[in-house]
Design a protein around this ligand. Structure first.
Ligand code: NAP
Length: 281
């Protein structure tokens, strides 16, 4: 019979990324034994190199999973999740995305489905767009720093979430009970337009920054001119189109349900990021 690793470390896959980094910090603050892994950590883990999996999962009792974020993500999860469960990693927490469910594109749910079929005690986190996109994702942060953000979002609204809230939810789910076979949709406390988001950053930094709504075609042309393959550019434009069309504006209560408090607000995030010099030259 399979034995669970009751006292082993908590594995964090994608530990150097926008959420994983905060998951590691949060778990350490809680006094947990953490094993951070990615392709660049001392314990190396690569979704595409199965020889790295055994050491990564060995003795771990639960795992936070950021998938490989490409067309192979579902197939990789379908191989990895049962591999981990077989070795006693009972609880698997997957970072997914809120929009995938409404996208009408079943392949975007491939990693969620693989996790559910794995026999793990699974929990799925479906966040909205991260506030940290404005500081850590070049698609948004570079134009903001340059003073003009051009996106095909019109006046559409998005309830951006703070990655630190996602991490706090993940840490609670990894260490507490009652979250099995549950999907949590996670959003920030209010929906903002890109114009409002940029104005908030401009006010906090004292920099002149403006948002310019553009057509989807112009946006794709801009990205491909910068060297992005057209298929990827169209996918990014489609995601922004969901914001423009109002499909992502609603709020979700996952943070309240797991943490019993409201999510962090965008203005507080911007104040913190500005003080840390996120948009300085
Ligand atoms: N950004 C948003 O607004 C947003 C909104 C909703 C949902 N999401 C979801 O969030 C996920 C991304 O999470 P994140 O932002 O925390 O991560 P991230 O900042 O994109 O970082 C990716 C992490 O995965 C690691 N990684 C990349 N390729 C790997 C591989 N082949 N094998 C092992 N590790 C690999 C990276 O480290 P190394 O490079 O060192 O390997 C890094 O730690 C995606 O699934 C996305 O759909 C994002």
């Amino acid at each position: 019979m399979r034995r669970a690793n009751e006292h082993g470390p908590l594995l964090v896959v994608g530990s150097t990324g926008k959420t994983g980094r905060h998951v590691v910090e949060r778990l350490r603050r809680l006094g947990e034994d953490v094993r951070p892994v990615s392709r660049s950590t001392s314990v190396r883990f690569d979704w595409f190199d199965e020889a790295t999996w055994e050491t990564a999962v060995s003795g771990a009792r639960a795992a936070y999973l950021v998938d490989s974020q490409d067309e192979n993500a579902g197939e990789r999860m379908r191989a990895f999740a049962p591999f981990a469960v077989e070795r006693g990693v009972e609880r698997l927490v997957l970072l997914s995305a809120r929009g995938w469910d409404d996208s009408g594109e079943p392949e975007l749910l491939a990693t969620e489905n693989a996790l559910k079929d794995s026999g793990a005690a699974w929990t799925i986190l479906r966040p909205t767009w991260f506030m940290q996109g404005f500081t850590e994702d070049e698609t948004l942060s570079a134009p903001v720093r340059a003073g003009e953000l051009r996106l095909p979002c019109g006046d559409g609204l998005e309830p951006f979430i703070d990655a630190e809230d996602i991490a706090e939810v993940a840490a609670a789910v990894l260490t507490g009970g009652g979250h099995q076979e549950t999907t949590y949709a996670l959003s920030g406390p209010r929906a903002l337009s890109m114009g409002e988001a940029v104005d908030t950053i401009a006010k906090a930094t004292g920099r002149a920054i403006r948002y310019v709504p553009v057509s989807e075609e112009d946006y794709v042309a801009g990205l491909t001119a910068e060297g992005l393959p057209e298929e990827q550019a169209r996918f990014v434009a489609k995601l922004f189109g969901w914001i423009r069309d109002g499909e992502d504006a609603h709020l979700s209560d996952g943070v309240q349900r797991v943490l019993g408090r409201a999510p962090r607000d965008f203005t507080a995030f911007v104040a913190r990021a500005a003080a840390a010099g996120a948009w300085d030259d």
